[in-house]
Design a protein around this ligand. Structure first.
Ligand code: PLP
Length: 407
């Protein structure tokens, strides 16, 4: 949609073919994965139809076209992120692989026994478990930053944990479970003041408002294409050139080498050093198309729309007094997690599915967060640009009927 056309969620919805196949679908599972606009599907299809070949070092025209498409995608993605240079954008399979790359490459090379990795209790398992593995391998220690009673990061505890032993602080840009938005700017500044590096998990945050990497001031930033209207199988790890230059390879094979012999192997410069084997070529093209598509909209308007839907939903829940919104008064993105008095969220979600409403239940790969809140699980509704007020109202009606049926 060009920027001078007024925002219409219904018009955006028309760009997503999935809703032609499922016209009654109320899809509120966007934090798990978003649906894909025609612009993304077309870009991947066009790549396969017109430029499909393996990339780099091909001696034929189709190989050059594929390389241009892939490297062009890197350049466009770097521009959308406001990265200083395309070489700072490493293609991975997604956020999980991006954080594993940072943990295994930077962590194994730079962490020593007694070094501390500080992780917020809000983190998705993808920003916890790779650090636990690298801590086991290096003798470093993983420490959690506790939460306040309302499920936000305890800032006083965070500041008191910051010492020169802290080598890395891991923070989510937006909790995938409750939508809580940590105050990243002061937290990053405080971590840098003790000499720590900062890893930001942008898997959710980038979909709601985006990111300006040069303004953010972090050292690593990870995200997945599929939560950003792009394809599965592709994501990005960003880090500054100077940091990448000091990081060894973590996976080995073709494409990441300079010269191989049985006497010894030398490695390519970043980004190729970190992209062993055939990368997700068409998926990278699709991810760039998704970011181009988003840039064709006013991101503030999209975010305001998504937040208004969350607020409308939560306002409607007030009538249904057995439901509690987690971290209700904290600054949050367009994600809401609900706890039910005396009901299992799985039962509620199954009934909702019967009414065509797709939500997610469980711990959403945020076990420590749910443990801290004393919950076995929650029901999550997450909003995207194509959701409408009618989606919200129908979900509230379905929820009211469900609660009557389960009573
Ligand atoms: C905050 C956050 N981090 C990491 C991940 C992992 O992303 P992926 O499964 O695409 O690697 C997710 C996915 O739900 C997430 O929401």
């Amino acid at each position: 949609m060009p920027m001078n056309v007024p925002f219409s969620a219904a018009r955006i919805r028309d760009e997503f073919p999935v809703f032609r196949h499922h016209p009654d679908l109320i899809y509120l599972d966007n934090a798990a994965t978003t649906q894909k606009p025609l612009a993304v599907l077309d870009a991947e299809r066009r790549f396969y139809e017109t430029a499909n070949a393996n990339i780099h070092r091909a001696a034929h025209r189709l190989g050059s076209a594929a390389t241009d498409a892939f490297e062009g995608a890197r350049t466009r993605i770097a521009a959308h992120l406001n990265a200083a240079h395309p070489d700072e954008v490493l293609f991975t399979r997604g956020t999980t692989e991006a954080i594993n790359l940072a943990a295994h490459s930077w962590g194994r090379a730079h962490l020593r026994p007694g070094d501390v990795i500080l992780l917020s209790t809000l983190e998705h398992h993808a920003n916890i478990v790779p650090w636990q593995l690298v801590a086991q391998a290096t003798g470093a220690i993983v420490k959690p930053i506790p939460l306040d009673a309302d499920g936000t990061i305890d800032q006083r505890a965070f500041l008191s944990l910051l010492t020169p032993a802290i080598r890395l602080v891991g923070l989510t840009q937006c909790s995938n479970a409750t939508g809580v938005l940590p105050p990243l700017a002061p937290m990053i500044a405080a971590a840098k003041a003790v000499g720590a590096l900062v890893m930001i998990d942008g898997a959710q945050g980038i979909a709601h408002g985006g990111v300006d990497l040069q303004a953010l001031g972090a050292d690593f930033y990870a995200f997945s294409g599929h939560k950003l209207y792009g394809p599965t199988g592709v994501g990005v790890l960003w880090a500054r050139r100077e940091l990448l230059a000091k990081m060894p390879p973590w996976q080995a094979g073709g494409e990441m080498i300079d010269r191989v012999s049985f006497d010894g192997t030398t490695f390519a410069e970043p980004p190729f050093r970190f992209e062993a084997g055939t990368p997700p070529i068409a998926q990278a093209v699709g991810l760039a198309a998704a970011m181009d598509w988003l840039a064709g909209h006013d991101r503030d308007t999209l975010l305001r729309h998504e937040l208004a839907l969350r607020e409308r939903f939560e306002a409607g829940l007030v009538q249904l007094d057995c439901i509690r919104v987690l971290s209700a008064s904290a600054p949050r993105g367009p994600i809401t997690a609900l706890a039910f008095d005396g009901l299992h969220p799985y039962d509620v979600a199954q009934f909702l599915d019967g009414y065509g409403v797709a939500v997610r239940v469980g711990q959403h790969c945020a076990g420590p967060l749910h443990q801290a809140l004393g919950l076995n699980g929650s029901l999550r509704a997450s909003f995207a640009a194509y959701n409408t007020e009618a989606d919200v109202d129908a979900t509230l009606a379905a929820l009211a009927t469900t609660l009557e049926q389960l009573a």
